[in-house]
Design a protein around this ligand. Sequence first.
Ligand SMILES: C[S@@+](CC[C@H](N)C(=O)[O-])C[C@H]1O[C@@H](n2cnc3c(N)ncnc32)[C@H](O)[C@@H]1O
Length: 281
Amino acid sequence: MNTYNQLIHQYRQIFKEKGLPPETVKAFLFELCNDNEVNLYLDIDKQVDNRVYDAFMKGIDRLLANEPMNYVLGYSYFYGYRFIVNDAVLIPRPETEELVGLILSKYDEYYKGQKIRVCDVGTGSGAIAIALAKEESALEVYASDISPEALKVAEENRVNNDCQVTFFEGSMLESYIERDIKVDILVSNPPYIKTIEKIEASVYDYEPHVALFGGQDGLYFYRQILKDAAKILNEKGLIFFEMGYDLKDDLRKLALTYFPKGQVEVYKDINGKDRMMLIMT
Ligand SMILES: C[S@@+](CC[C@H](N)C(=O)[O-])C[C@H]1O[C@@H](n2cnc3c(N)ncnc32)[C@H](O)[C@@H]1O
C-alpha cells in the first residue's frame, strides 16, 4: 500500500500527462481524508487509510474523465454550508456567494429588523435560498425551479441545513402568481450563457443544460422574469440578478423597459467582472 505522498505523486504525474490540473489530486484526497477524520498533512508519510483509498480509487477515474470534483464527492460548500450536489443541479459558484452577501447587506440597508419575503427563482441545489434563510431569520424564503430532480436535492439540502424554505415546482414566476404570493425581494441566478458561447468541456459535459443556457442573447430568462415581476413584488420591491459579465448594458435596458421609474445598480465580482444587478423598482 502507498503512502499519501506516494499516491499524490503517482496521480499528479498521470493528471499532467492527460493535460488535467495536477492540484486536483491533492484537493480530492484532502476532502476524502476530512470526511474520514484523517489529517492528510500529519499523516502524509503514513500508509493510506483503507476507507480513504477505496473512495480515492472509486472517484479518480471520474476525475480523469474531467468530471467536476464536486459531483464526484457528491457535495459542495456554499456560504459556509454544505450542499449535496448531483447531475440534476448546478454546482453553486463563488460569484453566487457574493450575490448572497450583497442581498444581506441591502436587507440591512433597506429593511433591517423587518420581516420580509424573498423568493429565489431557479433555485437548483437551493444554495441561495438556504444561505439566506440561515443567515437572516427575518426572511421568509420561497424558492422554485422547473426541475423536480433539482427540487429533490434542494429539499434534502434544506433538511440537512435545518432551516425553513418553501419550495415550488414551476416555470419562472408562475408558482408565485398562481398562489398570489407577494415578495419584497426577488432573486434569481437564471441560466444566462448565450447559446453560441463556448464553455469549458467539464461544464458542458456534466452540468445540467437546463441550468446553463439563456437563449441567443443570454437574456431569455431575465425577460421572462421581468415581464411578470410587478405581479409578485410588493411596492418598492428589490430584484437581484446574477448575470453574465457581458450582459450589463442589455440587461439594464431591459430592466428599465419594464420598470421605467426604477433604479439600477451593477456590482462587480471578486474578479472585477460585472456580475450582479440590483433593480430598485
Ligand atoms: C444557473 S442555475 C442556478 C442554480 C442556483 N440558483 C445557483 O445559483 O447555484 C439556473 C436554475 O434555473 C432552473 N431553470 C431553468 N429553466 C427554468 C424555468 N423555466 N423556470 C424555473 N427554473 C428554471 C434550472 O433548473 C437551474 O436550477
